[in-house]
Design a protein around this ligand. Sequence first.
Ligand code: HSE
Length: 293
Amino acid sequence: MLTVRAPATSANLGSGFDVFGVALERPADVVRVEKAEQTRITVTGAGKQYIPEDPEKNTAGAVARALDAPAHIRIDKGVRPASGLGSSAASAAGAALAVNELYDRGRSREELVPVAAEGEAVVAGDAHRDNVAPALLGGFTVATPDGVTRVDADIPVVVCLPDLVVSTRDARAVVPEGLRVSELVETVGNAATLTTGMHRDDPELVGRGMTDSVVTPARAQLIDGYDDVREAALDAGAAGVTISGAGPGVIAVCDERNQRAVAATMIDAFDRHGVEASAYQTSTGEGARFLGN
Ligand code: HSE
């Protein structure tokens, strides 16, 4: 038996829609695999009732198929599904790393990114790499059709999870079809600023670069209280706030000393809108790793 811990991730980071992603220190899924005649999936943990155990419909099942590696795959969910924290990507990345090792398939982590993305597509509809790339490689990743680049990053983060359901399909349906050149210029500037901030481990620059006036405002309508939550987090010292992935999670970057206040104020702001929420005080972190046999 092989065990892998695969982290939650936050994609987009505002200005990097469908391109940027970070691995988070927590939460994480734990994926255990052992060889079997036929692939079998068992799911426990957060939101397990929403996750199909049918290998045809499960991300990890698709990964095992792609690597021709039948296995009994036990997924203990720490990353709640439909949270905006790359839940299916964590399971797909964990399964990819684990069965690749179990069957000695010899794929590098970079080579496993498209495999895990295909697995994620089984549930998400599209094969985005912006969550599976950081889940496998860790740090801050830039995933384009031409490949993935990554850099280690150490940025304190608060992720606030409201008790709301926003499906990725709905969140993609509201994305504008085009943008003005002025918006393009602003987006390129912000994305470049954010990337520089990640290279320098500078939360201020990262926060500034998270600004996005194209996709995020359209999606904010789907998250009750989002504007107030963002405002409150910025007032409490966050350097930047945006929707995590397709939502409804909201991610803030800040100095370590502000984390507690930012987390508390985000929960309070959701509460004022009648929405229950919880928060993780965490940071950018490493990719999926083996926990031992
Ligand atoms: N970049 C994707 C989105 C993340 O925001 O829709 C979810 O796959």
